[in-house]
Ligand binder design. Structure first.
Ligand SMILES: C[S@@+](CC[C@H](N)C(=O)[O-])C[C@H]1O[C@@H](n2cnc3c(N)ncnc32)[C@H](O)[C@@H]1O
Length: 290
C-alpha cells in the first residue's frame, strides 16, 4: 500500500493514525475527509457496512445515518463512495452491506430498545416525500441505483439470509430476515476470484459458482453496541475481491470485523472510523492494545 498522503491541515488536525508495519492501519476521522487524503489506486477492494438511515445514533458529529432527509443520506453515501472509487485500483470492487427500514409513521422518536441500547434515537426522520407511513423505504436499492448513476457498475445483489434474525412484533407482514450486499465494480472488467468462493454442489465432492443467497447467522461482537457484521459475511467478499497481499478498505470500520478477516486471510487493510471509542475497540479486537 502506498503511504497515506495526508494533505489538508483540517484532516491532519483530526487524524489519529494507528499504522502497523504489516500494512494494517486504523484511521480515526470522517470517511469522506480521510479518503480525500489517500492516493488513487491504493485498494483492490472495499468491504463495508455504512450506518443505516435513521436507525442508530452513534452520538458523534459528522456521523452518517442521522440525516433528517433520506436524499441527504443517499447523497452523503454517494460522495463517500465516489472517493472510494477513486482510491480503488481500476479492477477494484465494492462490497456494500445495507439493510432496509420502514417509514416512521410520523413518530418523531424511537423508544429504548432494551436488547439493543444503541438503537435508541433522540429523533426519527420524517416520512420521505412520496412515501406513506408504514412504507418499506427500499433504502438499499435507492443507494444502489444512486451509485450506479454515479458511475459504478452494479454487478450483483446478494441476499444475506439471517436464520437467527431479530424477532419483530408485527402481524401484518413477514419478519425481516435478510439484508443486502451489493457487488459494485469500478470498471466493466474487474478482479473476481471465482474459484476462491465456489460453494459445494449437490453431487458430493463437486463445487459450483457461488449463488446470490448467503445463509449466515448474525454474530454480534460482544463489546459493540451497534450492528456488526459477522466475519463469515466479510470473508467471501475479501476472498473474491482481493488476492493475498492486496490492500482492503473499510471506511466505516466499527469494531473492525473487516480488519480481523484481512489479518486471517493475509491481506493489508485500512479502516476508517469516526468514533475514537469504536476505533479503540477495534484495536483491542486485533490485539493492538489492552
Ligand atoms: C454499521 S457500523 C459498521 C460495523 C462494522 N462493519 C463492524 O462489523 O463492526 C457503521 C460505523 O460507521 C461509523 N461512522 C458513522 N459515520 C461515519 C463517518 N462519517 N466516517 C467514518 N465512520 C463513520 C459509525 O461510528 C459505526 O462504527
Amino acid at each position: 500500500m502506498r503511504e497515506l498522503a495526508v494533505e489538508s491541515a483540517y484532516v491532519q488536525s483530526r487524524l489519529a493514525l494507528s499504522l502497523r508495519p504489516e500494512g494494517w492501519s486504523i484511521i480515526v476521522g470522517d470517511a469522506l475527509l480521510v479518503l480525500k487524503s489517500i492516493d488513487p489506486d491504493t485498494f483492490r477492494c472495499c468491504v463495508t457496512s455504512p450506518p443505516y438511515w435513521g436507525l442508530r445514533d452513534y452520538g458523534v458529529a459528522g456521523q452518517i445515518g442521522g440525516e433528517n432527509e433520506l436524499d441527504d443520506y443517499i447523497e452523503n453515501l454517494v460522495n463517500v463512495f465516489r472517493e472510494v472509487r477513486r482510491v480503488l485500483t481500476e479492477d477494484g470492487t465494492l462490497w456494500l452491506n445495507l439493510g432496509d427500514s420502514y417509514t416512521s409513521g410520523n413518530r418523531t422518536w424511537r423508544a429504548t430498545d432494551k436488547k439493543n441500547p444503541a438503537r435508541e434515537m433522540s429523533y426519527r426522520p420524517p416520512t420521505p416525500r412520496g412515501l406513506k407511513p408504514k412504507d418499506l423505504i427500499g433504502v438499499p436499492w435507492r443507494v444502489a441505483f444512486a451509485l450506479q448513476a454515479d458511475g459504478w457498475y452494479l454487478r450483483a445483489d446478494i441476499i444475506w439470509h439471517k436464520p437467527n434474525c431479530q424477532p419483530e412484533s408485527v402481524r401484518d407482514r413477514p419478519t425481516i430476515a435478510h439484508e443486502y450486499i451489493f457487488l459494485l465494480s469500478k470498471s466493466e472488467k474487474y478482479f473476481y476470484d471465482y474459484e476462491a468462493v465456489k460453494e459445494p454442489a449437490r453431487k458430493p465432492g463437486t463445487s459450483r459458482n457461488r449463488r446470490t443467497v448467503w445463509r449466515i447467522r448474525t454474530r454480534p461482537y460482544p463489546e459493540a453496541h451497534f450492528a456488526t457484521f459477522p466475519p463469515r459475511l466479510a470473508e467471501p467478499c475479501v476472498l473474491a475481491g482481493s488476492e493475498a497481499g492486496d490492500a482492503v478498505l473499510d471506511p466505516f470500520f466499527g469494531s473492525g470485523t473487516v480488519g480481523e478477516v484481512c489479518v486471517k486471510l493475509g491481506r493489508k487493510f485500512t479502516g476508517i472510523e469516526i468514533k475514537e471509542e469504536y476505533a479503540a475497540l477495534a484495536r483491542r479486537r486485533l490485539g493492538w492494545e489492552e
